[in-house]
Design a protein around this ligand. Structure first.
Ligand code: 9MR
Ligand code: ZN
Length: 507
């Protein structure tokens, strides 16, 4: 087990560069891997107690060192994993994170080396509780399972489109990649009512080594929900900015979904019907999704009817599949005819969230901001906090400290954490090899560029994780085991959030 933690890909020469040393040390050395010579000697900062890992650690700041090459940090006999200092230590990362979405495609044959497979899940699905069939083929498999769910889909689409819009150097293919999911989302809208079905999947999660084309059980479309319909309205209105040729179709879909929400404000929250066991994504509060939808529809149309809803609403803030408020704020900040006073209020609201993040960040030696709360998908929370800071700096007021903090969050994901664990498959010396991802398990090789959920001590039913990590502090509650769904699964909206961050940082 390493005791000196670094970003295992590396750092740009001009970056703030820090390693975290979980040893009692007052000095460190940077050693050239090529010839084992010492390139730099420095003093560590005074030891601090890190609550999330329950350890004393010292930060080694080597920002002043910018020689290009491959190095390790050394203290006594301890060595970190090697890392690069250079112009592009993250080569291939951004495109791999995006390629994951092409790999998750459902309903079409996939041609990706050992991970290739024929088309899957293309038969018409049954609308729950009826004999009615509907074609809802396409879209991305959500995660390690083959379900396709509107709520996380809306989030992934928003992350990717915002990455395209706000990156200083966006990958042009983002729009094509994302269109595949949007096309499927459109099929999930009920033609008659405008409401949007919550999800489509088989009744249960099938065997872990089953390839998608072998999952032949009946596909079930679960009932329309307010959460899914509001998320859909928001995502389609947002998408209308990016696909001019499809604008009319997207806006029509968005408005019909909005009307459904207005007519069904008290529709119940989603819970799985008794005979369905796949992901629920049930959200008890849909007001933030309505707020997001109103902001996107207002930004897309300038129609005061949506503005009135925003003016009467609380300002919601937060990112996560159950929290869409910050997307709403981002939309309002880019709306052409925003109200100046409300605009200021929204900026201030976002600013206070950023300040909460940054207060924690200043106290966390690993460059994180989660305190001791490592929920299922803790890496999403890491990425979302970075994303929130970057959105503020981009849309409200440029803030170098926020941008630096976002970069520091990426260092955590790429290995500068208490386990020296990179959380992205195929990137870093110690990257996950056994993600909870059916197609990877079936061929016994992890598809590259997938972000795993990360440490999570709060899911007792993940028995393999619990057994292995019993007694571990929160940020060390992780195992690279294919059975650990609560720490080692992958998901489209985890990749999309990290993709947003790397796109804005332009790495
Ligand atoms: O990411 C979701 C996490 O926030 C929830 O706590 C968890 C339990 O409801 O579900 C996670 O989402 C999973 C979904 O339900 C099914 N597909 C895989 C998702 C990632 O683990
Ligand atoms: Zn499929």
């Amino acid at each position: 087990m390493k005791k000196i933690h670094v970003n295992q890909l590396g750092y740009h020469g001009s970056d703030v560069k820090k390693a975290v040393i979980a040893l009692d040390s007052d000095a460190f050395e940077i050693v050239r891997v090529s010839d084992n010579t010492i390139a730099f000697s420095g003093a560590t900062a005074e030891a601090v107690y890190d609550e999330a890992s329950a350890e004393n650690v010292c930060v080694a700041d080597f920002s002043g060192f910018s020689e290009e090459g491959t190095f390790v940090i050394s203290v006594g006999t301890e060595r970190s994993f090697p890392f690069v200092i250079g112009e592009n230590p993250y080569i291939g990362l951004r495109s791999a994170l995006l390629e994951m979405f092409n790999y998750q495609k459902c309903g079409v044959a996939i041609d990706k080396g050992i991970w290739s497979h024929p088309a899957c899940h293309y038969s018409p699905a049954t609308i729950y509780g009826t004999g009615e069939k509907k074609d809802v083929s396409g879209g991305w498999h959500d995660a390690g399972d083959y379900g396709r769910y509107i709520v996380p889909a809306a989030m992934a689409v928003a992350d990717l489109l915002l990455a395209y819009e706000l990156s200083p150097n966006p990958a042009p293919e983002i729009l094509d990649v994302t269109w595949f999911e949007i096309e499927w989302m459109l099929k999930m809208q009920c033609e008659k009512t405008g409401g949007v079905y919550h999800k489509v999947s088989c009744r249960i999660f099938n065997a872990m080594d089953e390839l998608p084309q072998d999952e032949k059980d009946e596909l079930i479309i679960c009932p329309i929900t307010l959460t899914a319909t509001a998320d859909f309205a928001a995502a389609m209105a947002l998408a209308s900015r990016f696909y001019p040729v499809k604008k009319a179709v997207l806006m029509d879909a968005a408005k019909r979904a909005w009307d459904w929400c207005e007519q069904n404000p008290d529709a119940p929250n989603f819970v799985n019907p008794p005979d369905i066991g796949t992901g629920a994504y049930g959200d008890t509060i849909s007001k933030d999704e309505i707020f997001w939808a109103a902001c996107e529809l207002f930004a897309a149309t300038g129609d005061e009817k949506y503005h009135d809803v925003i003016k009467q609403s609380e300002i919601y803030v937060g990112l996560g599949w159950a929290d869409m408020g910050t997307f709403g704020i981002a939309a309002y900040l880019s709306a052409a005819s925003a109200d100046p006073a409300l605009l200021t209020e929204m900026k201030n609201t976002l600013h206070s969230v950023c300040e909460e993040i940054i207060q924690k960040f200043r106290n966390e030696p690993y460059g994180t901001s989660l305190g001791t709360t490592y929920r299922w998908g803790s890496n999403l929370d890491i990425a979302n906090n970075a994303m929130t800071l970057l959105l503020y700096s981009k849309l409200a007021e440029k803030n170098p400290e926020y941008e630096n903090a976002a970069r520091e969050h990426m260092h955590y994901i790429l290995g500068r954490n208490p386990l020296s664990q990179s959380y992205i498959t195929d990137f870093g010396s110690l990257a996950p090899k056994n993600p909870h991802h059916r197609p990877s398990i079936a061929v016994d090789a992890a598809f590259p560029g997938m972000v795993v959920g990360g440490p999570n001590p709060t899911t007792p039913r993940d028995t393999v994780l619990q057994l292995h990590c019993e007694g571990n502090p929160p940020s060390k509650f992780y195992i690279d085991n294919q059975e650990s769904f609560a720490a080692n699964e992958i998901a489209i909206y985890w990749n999309s959030a990290v993709y947003f961050v790397v796109s804005l940082l332009d790495i």
